[in-house]
Ligand binder design. Structure first.
Ligand code: SAM
Length: 288
């Protein structure tokens, strides 16, 4: 179907299927025809590649991915969209739709079965209500994927791509950077969607690292520490870390000093290596 990105075509299809948008499912569909080809091209949709898409809507991005990649597997939660997709994707022979919640899918198994021997990338215009859980689900599952190219809310994009040691950094920035190299690709205005959301958006790409930092002794504790440190982001780090992780204040203060940090240091001032050093100092103490 050639004119799927045309707003008239989209409206006609949705009306004919009696489809009404679900706010709860974050349904803001792309109607700007220039955006999906850019996501596909910058997101590694190319000959030889397999693509995992999350949230198809009526398939505007799916069609562009299908044109460029060898195979597309797309996970969409909304059963009401299945008959719509059967129509809009009828000419896309290399697309498989899975009607499921992405957070419930065993992604390791899915990728093993669907893409046994080709490089895989994730592309999506994400439902904004679960941006962080989806990204962390993808990253923590340590999937054999090369990149994640997604549309997210502008503020989320800025937070995710923020460098450690800057004011915009948060727990998600550190977590994402642990697994990948994030990059803000381009901005998308709210008018590019139907219905138009109250926020602007950005497309970001996370290039997955071949190896996560080798010097982290206890990964679970490292992420607990990062979350605790940012739980009161403007306060000195010692207080939230000792409160959330239930460690004596003096113990945290000693670790902060041993890591070469000043006692008044705040989470947003720390580099990745300093979080790692703190985690390696405090982790073993907590276990005893
Ligand atoms: N890709 C389409 C586009 O660009 O027009 C739709 C994007 S819309 C922002 C997000 C899509 O994700 C919707 O189709 C929604 O039904 C779907 N979705 C929401 N929650 C989901 C979940 N947990 N698992 C899979 N899909 C989900």
């Amino acid at each position: 179907m050639d004119k799927l990105s045309n707003i008239g075509t989209i409206k006609e299809i949705l009306t004919r299927h009696g489809f009404s948008f679900s706010k709860t499912l974050g349904q803001n569909f792309l109607i700007n025809p220039s955006v999906c080809p850019r996501i596909a091209e910058l997101g590694n949709a190319a000959p030889g590649w397999g693509i995992l898409e999350i949230g198809t809507g009526i398939g505007v991005l799916t069609v562009e991915l299908s044109k460029r990649a060898d195979k597309v597997v797309a996970v969409e939660i909304d059963t009401r969209l299945m008959p719509v997709l059967a129509e809009t994707l009828q000419e896309c022979n290399n697309v498989k739709i899975i009607n499921q919640d992405i957070l419930q899918v065993d992604l390791q198994q899915l990728l093993r079965e669907e893409f046994p021997d080709q490089p895989v990338a994730v592309c999506a215009n994400l439902p904004y209500y679960i941006t962080s859980p989806i990204l962390m689900h993808l990253l923590e599952s340590r999937l054999p994927i090369r990149s994640i190219t997604v549309m997210v809310q502008k503020e989320a994009a800025e937070r995710i791509c923020a460098l450690p040691g800057t004011r915009s950094v948060g727990a998600i920035s550190i977590a994402v950077r642990y697994f990948s190299e994030p990059k803000l690709l381009f901005h998308v205005s709210r008018g590019s969607f139907m219905p138009s959301p109250n926020v602007d958006s950005c497309v970001i790409r996370l290039d997955i690292r071949e190896q996560t930092p080798a010097d982290v002794q206890d990964e679970t504790f490292f992420f607990q520490l990062v979350r605790a440190a940012f739980s009161q982001r403007r306060k000195t780090l010692i207080n939230p870390v000792s409160a959330v992780l239930q460690l004596p204040k003096q113990q945290v203060a000693d670790a902060v000093a041993a890591a070469g940090l000043k006692p008044t240091v705040r989470a947003e001032e720390l580099q990745m290596e300093q979080f790692i050093a703190l985690s390696n100092l405090l982790g073993p103490q907590r276990a005893t």
